[in-house]
Design a protein. Sequence first.
Length: 218
Amino acid sequence: MPAKDALTQLPDPVIRIVDDDPEVLDSLKFMLECEGWRVRAYASGADFLKDLNSAEPGCLLLDVRMPDLSGPDVQRRLAARGSRLPVVFITSYADIDAAITTLKAGARDFLLKPVDPEKLLAVIQRAVDESRLTLAGAAVPQNAAAVLAGLSEQPRRVLELMTEGLNDAAVAERMGLSVRTAQVYRSNVYKAFGVHSVKQFELLIPAIRAAQAELARG
């Protein structure tokens, strides 16, 4: 199945929350459902692991300190299963060692409670976009800033216009290029970021914009 079709065939994403504090669990679930997300909440890592459907895109919001299975324990078990579900840790404790360990093991972020809602929603969106691309069989760049820095001036300018939603004809007109040349540059951008369609590229736009801001800061 082509990657573009694979994206349209994916089920709606699900945000999984694992936290042994019922107040935190209910609060996060309510907030995310109000934002339109499908949510499943679990009071333990064991309950989550028994219910996990790896074919559903989304992400996991995971507490660090829990009885029986800790958050890092759950992360290790996911890795042993070969799961590529993005994991975001949320904790009440400023545990630097735990943050370093979980991030090195592939966690997408490590947030402290109480979590800023806007920051959490931005992290979730990036994680869900990555999950959808991964399940559709597309490559997900681990360092978008490095990919962006590797583009020469013209493809980078084309990329900027692509993030504004311009098609090849509009890009060509804006830059004084032929449509064919604009198409070549678009193809170069797709190849650099490991995507194969407009839809896949659109899912990467938040990460690309964050990378552009990172490079601008120097």
